[in-house]
Structure formats: structure tokens, C-alpha cells
Write a protein that binds this ligand. Structure first.
Ligand code: 1GP
Length: 246
């Protein structure tokens, strides 16, 4: 299965919802239970990862358990070079473009590339751009944060990602953020950007997801909403259906 092809094919018909599961927040069984409920709520892809440092063993266990209970593709969303697993369908080969630390822009990638190559896992080149408030990823990634309404800087970074040959751009406010990226920024950037735009961080309601999709976001990521919810199918179904209505 080519995951990037699946993403681009699906985007011809509809917008995409992805559920982020952080294996540092719960054990593999609970991660799998969340994935199963997210899948039944209609999410299209599971992303596994986060900013906390997790061993390749923990990532392996989480992905194996998730794959036992769901059939939707699993993409690794790595917060460190250890977060690699042969059990994933793909890994975002993501450069944190507005980090001040060279490791997050290209250094970790150089270290991880030979291992990923030998494992044969599909890599999806992605420009990862972090906005205020940034939360854990902003701090850990030593990010020069973009203001949440700064269309000019956001657009310049997104275009640079596209010109570097990246296949996706991800606008991130940080997991658990009280705000999400401003929809005006998404609207302005999408006027010039040709590659799909992912938006995540702080999206908790169907209204927020709808607003961002209406502005031009192609893929919406939610994580905290499922980790905190006592009724995942109900809450997620409402968000997924808001995404699919655009
Ligand atoms: C974080 O964009 C994702 O990397 C999801 O954020 O946990 O706030 O939904 P939330």
C-alpha cells in the first residue's frame, strides 16, 4: 500500500480526518481501543507519535496492538529519531522548518535515514511548521514560533516546503493548544499552495474543523479530543462529519 497515494487519491473526493494517538499517554491496549473507536467514527488514518520521547519498542507495541484491532493505515508522526517501526504503513519524514536547531530541520533525518531505508517503510516528506502557542513541540523543538495570524511568514514557509519538494505541509499549534491556527492564515496560504495542507493542534469542535476546512485545510488532525473524551465515537463522529461536509 502506498499511503501518500491513498491520501492524494482520497483528497480528490473529500477532505481527510486523521486521529493522533500518543503512545506515551497510555498503554498499547488503550491506544488500540482508541484507534478502534476512532475508526468506527470514520477517521481515515491513524497517526502514532508525539513530542515525548518514546522508545522504538513502545512504538512497536502500540502499532502492533492498533493493527490487531483496525485496518486503517497507520502513519508514524515522529518526535524523535527513535520513533521508527517496521509495523507502520508509513512515516512522516518531517522537517521542523521553523526550528532554530539544525537537528530538527535535517540532523535527525540523516541519522534515521539508513535505518528507515533498511526497514523499507514508506517515507512521506512533509514540511512541519509550528505556530503560537506551540506547546510541548514548540519548546522541545526550539521553535521560532509563527504568530497565529501571520499569513506572510506562514505562506513563505509553506511555499519553501513545496519548492523543496515536500509532499505535504503541516500547520501545527501544538497538541492541547487552547487555540488553533487562524482560518484566515489557512485561506491566504491556500491561495498560493498546490500541495495538501494539514492543520492540527487545538481543534476540538466540529465548528473549528468546519471553519478550517472551509478556509482550505485539506486534512484535519485531532488528538487531545479523543484522549480526553468519555464518548469518543459521539465526539469524533461530529468532527469527522464536519470535515467530510466540505
Ligand atoms: C498535535 O496536531 C496534533 O500534534 C493534534 O493536536 O492534541 O490538540 O488535537 P491536539
Amino acid at each position: 500500500m502506498n499511503v501518500l497515494l491513498k491520501i492524494t487519491e482520497k483528497l480528490k473526493d473529500e477532505k481527510i480526518h486523521m486521529t493522533l494517538i500518543d503512545p506515551a499517554s497510555q498503554g498499547p491496549e488503550q491506544s488500540a481501543a482508541i484507534a478502534e473507536q476512532a475508526s468506527s467514527a470514520g477517521t481515515d488514518f491513524i497517526m502514532v507519535g508525539g513530542s515525548s520521547n518514546i522508545s522504538s519498542r513502545s512504538i512497536d507495541h502500540a502499532i502492533i496492538s492498533i493493527k490487531e484491532r483496525t485496518s486503517i493505515p497507520v502513519i508514524i508522526f515522529p518526535g524523535s529519531p527513535e520513533m521508527i517501526s517496521p509495523h507502520a504503513d508509513a512515516i512522516y519524514f518531517m522537517s521542523l522548518l521553523n526550528s532554530r536547531s539544525i537537528e530538527f530541520v535535517i540532523g535527525h533525518h540523516v541519522n534515521a535515514a539508513p535505518f528507515i531505508h533498511d526497514l523499507g517503510v514508506e517515507t512521506i516528506p512533509m514540511g512541519y511548521i509550528v505556530f503560537e502557542p506551540g506547546m510541548t513541540v514548540g519548546r522541545v523543538g526550539n521553535v521560532d514560533l509563527i504568530g497565529r495570524t501571520d499569513s506572510v511568514r506562514a505562506g513563505a514557509y509553506a511555499l519553501a516546503a513545496q519548492m523543496l519538494g515536500m509532499k505535504l505541509v503541516y500547520f501545527e499549534s501544538g497538541s492541547g493548544s487552547p487555540t488553533h491556527v487562524d482560518s484566515g492564515v489557512v485561506r491566504n496560504v491556500k491561495k498560493k499552495l498546490d500541495i495538501p495542507l494539514i492543520v492540527g493542534g487545538g481543534i476540538r469542535t466540529p465548528e473549528a474543523a468546519a471553519d478550517l476546512c472551509h478556509a482550505g485545510a485539506d486534512i484535519i488532525v485531532t488528538g487531545t479530543v479523543v484522549e480526553k473524551s468519555s464518548d469518543i465515537p459521539y465526539e469524533l463522529k461530529r468532527i469527522v462529519s464536519a470535515v467530510k461536509q466540505h
